[in-house]
Design a protein around this ligand. Structure first.
Ligand code: GSH
Length: 214
């Protein structure tokens, strides 16, 4: 049985989780506390998730995990990728994670169930973002750039069951972004984007975070 070690908030972990859902492959999902450095270091030599454990092996790197599962079964990510999607995903990363990280820090994720786990996350991430409280106090206009990006995404979606018509790694990267975006309350989803993120959530077996959104 495959074991996948993740943080529930982690977008790279969402990518690794997706491939199990898309293959309909059973696996054990294990959430580590955010301040547990010893467990991942013992497995892959550094404090980084996701990690896949199988047959006594440990594998880090989300896209390596995806490639491994694809090779072990009948591949499902058989479609081409499109540069427009790569470009959209890259342009969205900065504004998305600036708004996502402070919200993740307040959310009831299992990796933050201890005070020390949550404090570890805040301490580490605020080094690059600045104070989370400053970002959360920016007000609704702080989301206008993300809403513009969502409106630009709509015409790029060719099919609600696969962004380019056939599943590809674009769907992995795009859904990971949409999953993180779902923690941000007040975003406006064009119909195509709404239909796509719901369809992909069901197909991958990964709930969106709408109910936790702040
Ligand atoms: N390149 C890695 C990146 C994984 C990554 O950045 N994971 C983050 C969580 S989102 C992590 O474990 N960071 C260390 C920490 O949070 O302490 C992958 O794709 O698997």
């Amino acid at each position: 049985m495959y074991k996948l070690y993740v943080y529930d908030h982690c977008p790279f972990c969402i990518k690794a989780r997706m491939i199990f859902g898309l293959h309909d492959l059973p696996f054990d999902l294990i959430m580590l506390p955010n301040d547990d450095e010893a467990t991942p270091k013992a497995m892959i030599g550094r404090k980084m998730l996701p990690i896949l454990e199988y047959n006594g092996h440990y594998m880090g790197e989300s896209m390596d995990i995806i490639a491994h599962i694809e090779q072990a079964g009948t591949p499902v990510l058989t479609g081409p990728t499109r540069p427009e999607l790569t470009d959209w995903i890259q342009r969205t990363s900065g504004p998305l994670y600036r708004q996502f990280l402070p919200r993740a820090a307040c959310a009831p994720f299992p990796e933050f169930s201890t005070t020390s786990g949550r404090a570890y996350f805040v301490r580490n991430k605020e080094k690059s973002t600045g104070l989370f409280s400053d970002i959360l106090n920016e007000g609704p206009q702080a989301l206008s750039g993300l809403n513009t990006l969502l409106s630009e995404l709509a015409p790029l979606i060719q099919d609600t069951s696969a962004v380019n018509g056939t599943l590809s790694t674009d769907d992995i990267h795009l859904f990971a972004h949409l999953h993180s975006l779902s923690l941000i309350r007040g975003l406006v989803y064009p119909d195509e984007v709404e239909a796509y993120r719901k369809a992909m959530s069901a197909k991958a077996g990964i709930p969106l975070l709408d109910d936790l959104a702040v």
